[in-house]
Ligand binder design. Sequence first.
Ligand code: AOF
Ligand code: ZN
Length: 375
Amino acid sequence: MSDLELTAEVAWALATGGPWPDPADLDGDARFMALALREGLNGVGLASPNPPVGCVLVRAGLVIGSGVHTRAGDPHGEVMALRDAEARGEDPKGSTAFVTLEPCCHHGRTGPCTLALIQAGVARVVVGVRDPNPRVDGGGLAILRSHGVVVEEGVLGEACARFHAPFFKHIRTGLPWVTLKLALGSDGSLGPAGQTTQVTPPEVQRLAHALRRASEALVVGRHTIEVDDPQLTDRWPAPTAPHRSFARVVMDETGLVPPTARVWAPVAGQPVFRAVTNEPTPLRGVEDLHLPPEGRGCSLRHLLYELAAMGVGRVLVEGGGTLAGGFLSQGLVDEFHRFQSDLPACGPELILPIPTTWCLQASARWSTGRWEVWR
Ligand code: AOF
Ligand code: ZN
């Protein structure tokens, strides 16, 4: 457990699966791996379904190049770092590469990073965690070693595995990573039914927006739209890459949300979708996602596969209570951010169906002006 002030930097770290090791607290290989992780943070929300691998090249204790993978189809983190070294007029020959994930050894949309590192004369490669992609899975390390490159594995391994957990889940199951965010009052309530309630302090709203920026899709239930009339946009103040897409998804199975709702208004780079189970009247500028009905709503697992097919690697679910309950009871939640205020929300207590297969990754609570995180 840690106790943190919620600055923009901390909010971004928490939204990307942190807190992350601080290079200033470390020395040796761990310090440079912490820097590689820091590079990797710049690719979150951009690289999916690929992992946002961070890489730094180091010679004689100095960073001579750094890079991150920010878009599927673009060069990987290692190649970006090699290019950065070249742009700085540095020769990577004899240097050490610190990489958050095992370098790839296959021809995918881009060539193998192992080859790029070998050809550049990199002498040592320090890896955070192995790539479970069956086309790599230890093969990258073996190829490097067979070319005489010294390979170290597992440096800040736990942090790197946590950082790449969304990619690991996607490669193993085909499903995106699901983060649930709920803002509750001190009474464990979301507020009175049908009424807007604001119990979350503004500095905690910062984390809410960091969570949106770290995700490629946001899902909310119909009631949230009817009660709050939100835009559901990503408004995190840092600039982002032009290719970023943030899908806003409203679960409106039978098409009851009126065309005047603010969420339907078009926003560049933030397409809006309506998840439906029948054929409601089409809305201009809104794409319908047709899903099989399930219970009183639609198949949430199916929704996740649809989103994965669009290249979404991280999904944020913001409620309300029924939708959160649906995701939780089906064991579809990987990470839970619980914003617990110290003010009551004055509604019924929300009983969350936490299943036995619960795979809670993080739980955070706002109280007494500090942010606490358990892992
Ligand atoms: C690395 N460095 O920065 C990334 C890696 O289609 P491609 O060529 O982009 O390959 C995608 C796969 O490569 C991906 O599934 C994962 O196994 C690995 N990602 N590897 O060496 C990187 N992003
Ligand atoms: Zn690669």
